[in-house]
Ligand binder design. Structure first.
Ligand SMILES: C[S@@+](CC[C@H](N)C(=O)[O-])C[C@H]1O[C@@H](n2cnc3c(N)ncnc32)[C@H](O)[C@@H]1O
Length: 380
């Protein structure tokens, strides 16, 4: 059921998964140096429920932020449940509020209770400071609306978990306005034409958290036993709409050190272990850790390679399956390969010329590996 709910959520463009503070903290601890004197914009974040708002408000002085802007998107089904302390502030700031979209701008966070630290108690007083404001937006808070685009232009870095269903458009807008960003997306996003092209051009990288099983607070029921068990094992209550979402990645265009660390390869190339594709001159590598250190030609590797991608060490040549396959090669599967594939009990529906890299293993069995990226070692 939870799986169905997630599929339903995707199909019906429901995007209500709320990131937990601990997950935000874990990622953002790596980026402190980028925030000094910067304007941060969280543009899919109801300040009354978003832990992104909470994180930046609490760490405003620690990070040395110039300003924090958050905008919400119309009514949110779980408004108040995470940051209920702001309820009173909201009631005063937006009287007779029917929960339309609003914007919060924070330019100063003082240590109101004089304990030397800025904590939630101080954040509570934020809006009593003239330098900070909360007001209704004119429109519905869509990140594509003119008023949100004006805020986007003003900011330096966008940090959020955007709606899954609009991920492509969301990134395209950030690129169009030449903004730095740290955002959450799913693993498959790597294979989207728009995203893959950015990765290939070295304009977007995987952040630190990669292939995470993230537990979100959501508005969808969690009734899948395995999912519930996982959620419970991490100390959350699945009956309270906590749901595990697998294969979650952070994405950024900030030059993080991680991508300039060399991937240490320790395996030697052998013709037996690394078969060449039947329809493209590259070898197949099943695990990123198996990339041979002594192979200079092209290699098909799993998409999780992106986590370890160092653009100075490797070049991304293309996609071994999907939208961009034909840019790699015009050759799909041969008729012989398709016949052999079914002879060996292969499943699914594949046809001659199907755009996917495939090979015969050392026992002569036809294999179509899951989503490969083709890479090549750069010459030293
Ligand atoms: C995956 S949730 C994440 C919420 C929040 N950023 C967080 O991490 O907790 C995506 C949010 O984007 C909002 N949203 C959906 N479509 C939007 C749009 N066109 N413009 C702005 N926000 C949108 C949804 O209401 C939802 O709250």
């Amino acid at each position: 059921m939870a799986k169905e709910n997630l599929i339903k959520a995707k199909k019906s463009k429901k995007d209500e998964f709320y990131t937990q503070l601990v997950d935000i903290e874990k990622e953002l601890e790596h980026y402190k140096e980028y925030f000094k004197d910067k304007i941060v914009f969280c543009n899919c974040d109801d300040p009354f429920e978003s832990n992104f708002f909470k994180y930046f408000a609490m760490n405003f002085n620690y990070l040395g932020l110039k300003k924090l802007i958050c905008t919400s998107y119309d009514n949110s089904p779980i408004a108040y449940s995470q940051l209920s302390f702001l309820e009173d502030v909201q009631a005063t700031a937006i009287p007779n509020n029917n929960r339309k979209a609003y914007k919060i701008e924070i330019s100063e966070v003082l240590d109101y209770n004089n304990d030397g630290a800025v904590d939630l108690a101080d954040v509570e007083y934020l809006l009593k400071n003239d330098k900070n404001s909360l007001c209704l937006l004119k429109g519905n808070g869509d990140f594509r609306s003119d008023e949100c685009i004006e805020l986007l232009k003003e900011c330096d870095i966008v940090v959020t978990n955007p709606p899954f269903s609009l991920f492509r458009e969301y990134i395209a807008q950030l690129i169009e306005y030449d903004k730095k960003f740290i955002i959450i997306g799913n693993m498959n996003a790597i294979t989207y034409k728009e995203i893959f092209t950015l990765i290939k051009k070295n304009k977007l990288w995987a952040g630190f958290g990669f292939n995470l099983s993230m537990i979100y607070k959501s508005v969808y029921d969690n009734t899948l036993e395995a999912n519930k068990k996982f959620v419970k094992s991490k100390g959350f209550d699945p009956n309270d709409n906590y749901i595990k979402v697998p294969a979650v990645n952070w994405y950024t265009n900030l030059k993080i050190k991680k991508h300039y660390e060399e991937l240490i390869c320790y395996k030697k190339y052998t013709i037996d272990e690394y078969p060449e594709y039947d329809n493209y001159p590259a070898i197949n590598v099943d695990k990123v850790s198996d990339i041979p250190y002594d192979y200079e030609g092209e290699m098909g590797v799993p998409i999780t390679f992106i986590d370890k991608y160092n653009p100075e060490q490797f070049e991304i040549v293309g996609q071994g399956q999907g939208n961009l396959y034909r840019e790699l090669t015009p050759k799909g599967l041969t008729k012989k390969f398709v016949d052999d594939y079914y002879k060996f009990g292969g499943k699914g529906s594949i046809k001659e010329d199907h755009p996917v890299l495939a090979y015969y293993d050392k026992n002569g069995k036809p294999v179509i590996p899951y989503m490969r990226i083709v890479i090549k070692r750069r010459k030293k």
